[in-house]
Write a protein that binds this ligand. Structure first.
Ligand code: MG
Length: 393
């Protein structure tokens, strides 16, 4: 029987690649539901092409427009409730969550509470709500499958030994566009430059996260929850070629690494086919033609986001949710050209410093901390905006 798949966030880069993978694996995967925030035309078109019977549209107005144009046989689920309905669809075996940011939290929580298998691409869900999501998984027996290439790599390397034989996890980072360019002034960097990622073609938010290295900070926290390893035993190493997707070091000093082409379809496909492997429509690596691979330690002074992420993880409770929410707003302000690149981490640090951590937050407290951090980040960002405008005039 085919694996029946629901994709939340089907218009983003992970969602689009997941659709391509599902099309390649059409005798193994059947897409039964697709959800978007507002771009309903692409979702409806994909649903018709793939034979999916359910489309979720978070934006209520867009959902009504979509319902008016949907052919009979396709059911439209509107609003946040619609995403929840898609996450809990009876005729599905696997939920892929690839929405941007904390918007994925509630549908993922709903799915794992019901014991569903979730392929998780939205790292903010575990960063903000990792304790709650993993506790729900333990209660219900739900399983989380990593979709992020680094975590998929670690997941695969961990199969090479016993869990108590693991010494540390090593996450590789491409370093983004600025690691090898020490001359770049972070007060002057423009959007276009920061969006120019040397290796991966991804959405705008994650591309800026890669440039600040906050993407790796979020991945550190995500790895803690996925693999139940404390943050002190997770390292980051810069690897500009992005060929080694991550490594596991065992107690005897052996390192197992996962290598593959720089194509996110590979990690997505493994989450969809796990525990099996299927031929993929990805050109394999020609190892003999690679030449040298480089590794170096990250510069945490130049890229303070890594340090902020470690601090947030060590503080725990509501702090990682606050850090991640402040980052979402700071990145949005940078993309609107309202703040300089260097203000991204300054805003995150300021918001974290003002947060009174809640040690053991429930769902309501996590969502409240998330809202508070967004407002604080916006307020802090506005003062930059005003200062910037007065400097320009
Ligand atoms: Mg990644």
């Amino acid at each position: 029987m085919k694996r029946r798949l629901v994709i939340l966030g089907c218009s983003g880069s992970i969602g689009q690649n997941a659709i391509r993978v599902a099309e390649t694996l059409s005798d193994f995967v059947q897409v039964t539901g697709l959800a978007v925030k507002s771009s309903w035309r692409s979702a409806l078109e994909a649903a018709i092409r793939l034979g999916a019977k359910h489309v979720g549209v978070e934006d209520e107005v867009a959902a009504r427009q979509c319902a008016a144009e949907a052919p009979t046989g396709i059911q439209i689920h509107g609003g946040r409730q619609g995403l929840r309905e898609l996450a809990l669809l009876e005729e599905a075996d696997l939920l892929l969550c690839a929405v941007v940011g904390m918007a994925g939290f509630e549908p993922v929580m709903a799915a794992v509470e019901q014991g569903r298998t979730v392929a998780l691409a939205t790292k903010e869900v575990l960063v903000g709500g990792g304790a709650l999501v993993t506790a729900a998984c333990r209660r219900s027996g739900a399983r989380l499958l990593p979709v992020d290439s680094e975590h998929s790599a670690i997941f695969q390397c961990l199969a090479g030994g016993d869990r108590n034989e693991v010494r540390k996890l090593i996450l590789t980072a491409s370093g983004g566009p600025f690691t090898g360019r020490p001359e770049v002034d972070f007060d002057q960097v423009g959007c276009a430059e920061a969006l120019c990622h040397p290796r991966w073609k991804m959405g705008r938010k994650i591309t800026i996260d890669s440039a600040t290295l906050m993407n790796k900070g979020l991945e550190l926290i995500e790895a803690c929850w996925l693999f139940e390893v404390p943050i002190e035993r997770i390292e980051v190493v810069i690897h500009p070629e992005s060929i080694v997707h991550s490594l596991v070091e065992f107690v005897d000093g052996s390192l197992l690494a996962h290598l593959g082409p720089t194509d996110m379809r590979l990690a997505i496909q493994y989450a969809l086919t796990w525990p099996h492997r299927k031929p993929a429509a990805v050109t394999p690596l020609q190892i003999g033609k690679l030449g040298a691979l480089h590794f170096q330690e990250p510069d945490e002074r130049r890229f303070p986001c890594l340090k902020l992420a470690r601090e947030a993880a060590q503080t725990g409770g509501s702090m990682p949710a606050v850090m991640s929410a402040a980052n979402e707003i700071a990145v949005q302000l940078f993309l609107e050209d309202a703040i300089p690149f260097s203000a991204i981490w300054a805003i995150i640090e300021a918001v974290m410093a003002r947060h009174a951590t809640i040690a053991d937050p429930d769902v309501g407290a996590i969502l409240a901390a998330d809202r508070w951090a967004r407002e604080e980040a916006m307020r802090t960002g506005k003062s930059w905006k005003t200062a910037r405008r007065s400097r320009r005039s």
